[in-house]
Design a protein around this ligand. Structure first.
Ligand code: ATP
Ligand code: MG
Length: 344
């Protein structure tokens, strides 16, 4: 879905973010970062590092959460997120988020949270079993606060987050009805006009809704050991691509045009070459997986080259201080905005 053109009078607000559980990968790029880069041109963008959420699965690794926070902001800057135009902020340093989380937790039935399909998938795929902390499902409620504290109209995310955004929309409606006297039959687009504090934000799923990992099964994820990172070297990228398993035996065996390898082709090789490759692959017209992986590697490395070069600037001595300063400045602005919501 193409984002609607922004209203020229005021820049509509956008909020999204990432959890500091590792560096950013290709799934982030095509699922959300591309859209952020496009939107920061004409929208008022807030990008949040959800470090509290990282504690839900890694409370014993606070030093990693700190270093991953810096790594992700470096990835953002390397991709072209511009702190002069967009606000970069850190969840723990915005107290309004914790405050709103508490009240929002009263607006969602417990079972509604536990039925959230994304939570269920995460419990399975991350092997959390039944010993995850009480705080783990809280992150889904907290995410409503991350978003609504900034009163955005759009939230660019990958497909896995759509269920969370739906919950956030429910919370926003309920709050507006219960505490601001808005008529429950109000159209989503009119809640603010009708006196509500919160807009009903819309998820904007990126060009690729769900990029698979190199395991070819689960979505590419920082926590699952199946990711190609934006900061990987060209050699690492190729080595990881070579691991994508398709089960295909020979270049003349008709391949599945929807398998993980072909999803990578769609994501990273521009048309019309992608369509040509997929057609040849589906017919088993003398095209080996090895060849496709090589061609993919060239395209992906071309995409990553300028990102690596910009990242190298922040990896020099003093780079961390520059990044911390960007976070501090952004967080000042973020607090001013989030407090505005509290005092409305
Ligand atoms: P974790 O394994 O810790 O959950 P993650 O890789 O899923 O990490 P998140 O920080 O949870 O990354 O997600 C950040 C954003 O990137 C979200 O909007 C999410 O939907 C999107 N995203 C993550 N992985 C993918 C993917 N494989 N394809 C498309 N979008 C993705
Ligand atoms: Mg995730």
């Amino acid at each position: 879905m193409t984002p609607p053109a922004p209203n020229s009078a005021a820049r509509p607000r956008v909020l999204t973010g990432d959890t500091p559980t590792g560096r950013l990968h290709l799934g982030h790029y095509v699922g959300s970062i591309e859209r952020r880069l496009e939107m920061q041109e004409s929208y008022d963008c807030f990008f949040l590092i959800a470090n509290m959420h990282a504690f839900t699965t890694r409370a014993d690794k606070s030093a990693d959460i700190r270093s991953d926070t810096l790594e992700i902001v470096k990835d953002w800057l390397a991709c072209g997120i511009d702190p002069a135009r967009s606000t970069v902020t850190l969840q723990t340093e915005v107290p309004a988020i914790a405050e709103l989380s508490w009240f929002f937790a009263m607006l969602i039935p417990f079972n509604r949270v536990m039925r959230n399909p994304t939570l269920k998938t995460e419990i399975d795929s991350k092997g959390l079993g039944d010993t995850y902390p009480f705080g783990f499902p809280m992150y889904a409620v907290g995410q409503c606060a991350d978003i609504l504290a900034f009163r955005p109209v759009y939230v660019p995310v990958g497909e896995d987050q759509v269920a969370h955004i739906e919950m956030c929309r429910e919370v926003a409606r309920r709050f507006n009805v219960q505490y601001c006297g808005v008529d429950p039959k109000t159209e989503d687009a009119d809640f603010e006009k009708a006196g509500g504090v919160f807009p009903i934000p819309q998820a904007l799923v990126g060009r690729v809704a769900r990029l698979p990992g190199i395991d070819g099964k689960q979505k590419m994820s920082k926590s699952l050991g199946n990711a190609i990172f934006l900061s990987d070297t060209p050699k690492e990228v190729q080595k990881k691509l070579n691991k994508i398993f398709t089960g295909r035996q020979s270049p003349t065996e008709p391949g599945d045009p929807n398998n993980a390898l072909m999803q990578f082709v769609d994501a990273f090789i521009p048309a019309p070459r992608a369509a040509e490759l997929k057609d040849q692959y589906a017919r088993g017209d003398n095209i080996g997986d090895g060849h496709v992986k090589q061609e993919l590697g060239e395209h992906i490395n071309k995409l990553l080259e300028p990102i690596r070069a910009r990242r190298a600037e922040y990896e020099k001595p003093g780079g961390d201080d520059v990044v911390i300063d960007i976070i501090k400045q952004g967080t000042q602005r973020a607090n001013a905005e989030a407090e505005r919501a509290l005092w409305m």
